[in-house]
Design a protein around this ligand. Sequence first.
Ligand code: ADP
Ligand code: MG
Length: 616
Amino acid sequence: MADIIQLLPDHVANQIAAGEVVQRPASVVKELLENAIDAGADTIKLIIKDAGKTLVQVIDNGKGMSHTDARLSFERHATSKIKSAEDLFQLHTKGFRGEALASIAAIAHVELKTKQDNDDVGNCLVIEGSTVVSQEVVVTPTGTSVAVKNLFFNIPARRNFLKSDTVELRHVIDEFHRVALAHPSISFALYNNGGETFNLPISNYRQRIVNIFGNKTNEKLVPVEEDTEVLKISGFVCKPEFAKKTRGEQYFFVNDRFIKSAYLNHAIASAFEGLLKNGTHASYFLNLTVNPQTIDINIHPTKTEIKFDDEHTLYALLRSAVKHSLGQFNIAPVLDFERDPNLDTPYSFKDQNTNVPKVEVDRSFNPFQEESASKARAVAYKKEPTTSWESLYVGLESKGNDSKPNFTEVQFESEEHTASMFDDDTQVEQTHTTYQLHNKYIVSTIKSGMLVIDQHRAHQRVLYEDFLKNLTIKEAASQQLLFPLQLHFSPQDMVIINQLKDGLEHTGFVFSNVKGESVDITGVPVGVPESEVSIILEQLISDVENEVPESHFSASDLLAKSMAKSLAIKTGQSLQKDEQEHLVNKLFACKEPNVSPTNRTTFVTMSVDELDKKFI
Ligand code: ADP
Ligand code: MG
């Protein structure tokens, strides 16, 4: 029998390939936008007519193509983006398969205009159903314009298969959003049937989201940040109360590429567990950055599915990062990008006062109320003008002898004393809410019972957030030293000092001279004793050297943590009443008062009920 196998002509092969790459106008939009990004454009315009059925045009200001490349770009497997199979695992471009233009040209009328920067004129190429109709020299701006007209003109079945304009336009806009969200540093515009539908200037990520989804979105966003060896996460989740009934706004980007992943979506859903009303879905805009070697994007022609080497770790990291942010958000104020350029930091500090959690301290509480408190104080005052809590016992002792308060007696002693006694009295009233236990814990009363605070951990939390704020907004107060302090370090340590110098300066340190193996310090953060400086720096150097692997924090975090650790009130340190009060207030003004910077519990509460049980 005669041989029957033959190679398909190119235009047929292209048409078959097109079936995979181009399902609808939105697919063309995706491919053309991605080519424009790969060409290094920072301004990209998308023009649509009849939901893309009549026209999809993308105009970019990227690097353009030479005369020969313009022609070659329409060949199948013609790409400038990879050269060998190994390159598939080092991808830094959107495209790499070299088949988009060839596929599109097989099923539409395409007009390409392109010019490179150093050329005076560009090229215009017209291709219809894989056939080159013309190629001529034209005057055109630097960059590329690809106009795709009459999609599926030669495959009526596919054309008829397209949905209504409303549905197709929805797909086009979805695709536009995905690309625009992944690239806030590129300006995008979308014109539909002659009208401007979107105009997205270059901006930060938060603004890009708001420009696309509307101003109201701003208040819904909770930042998510995590930086680990295997995965960097940045972006936003929406607060649970704004969860939607549809799965609309769910975006994962891996290395700036929009992807779909039911598995990772599940990680987010589980982080939101218990926070969402039934039948609603969390919205998210999350950018994941992973080593390109650990993913395979080549498993689907539209490249929206990715195979990860270690999905389980990604799942766990993603879930915990989102959970962490949601936890933080419970006590964090609404962020506002208009006024705060540092939204991508884990904390916003500008509204610190608005953020006091509701720990209701009963300021008038006095455990010895039934006794004659005023008498007690009067006696205490006469004996020793102290406001420490022992004075209460002094009053207690005298109770048996004289249970009636005798104010007049004191008042007559001296007008002056009386006045100061009343001053004292109010002060005592205020500070009676805290007691120091074993120079270690601060005990305070709250409505439901009592609060026990670990003074060292609590102070670490307070200092940590302060330092982090200073590192973020970069305007810490500094106190000048009378004589510069010269410290000496090993060359190895000097490397670290040099690395941290900028950060340290943001916390209030002033270095006048850093060279060789010595450092001259002329200013230190307000409140840092000169004698502590060398200890702080040594501690910091050792913390940097021994950074525990499970802590995924940036250098700023480490710096803030280390300084907080060095400077925090130690266990064993006796605190005045006002110091205790101040610490309690500062702690509860923190974003995350419950834990120390190293995630240790800062306070515990015990309710009256629990106490009652102990007395049964
Ligand atoms: P791929 O993007 O996978 O390489 P395409 O068929 O989409 O394949 O494009 C083929 C080639 O044409 C690209 O590799 C690139 O060199 C060139 N090209 C396509 N679009 C543009 C553009 N907008 N600007 C500059 N070059 C482009
Ligand atoms: Mg491409």
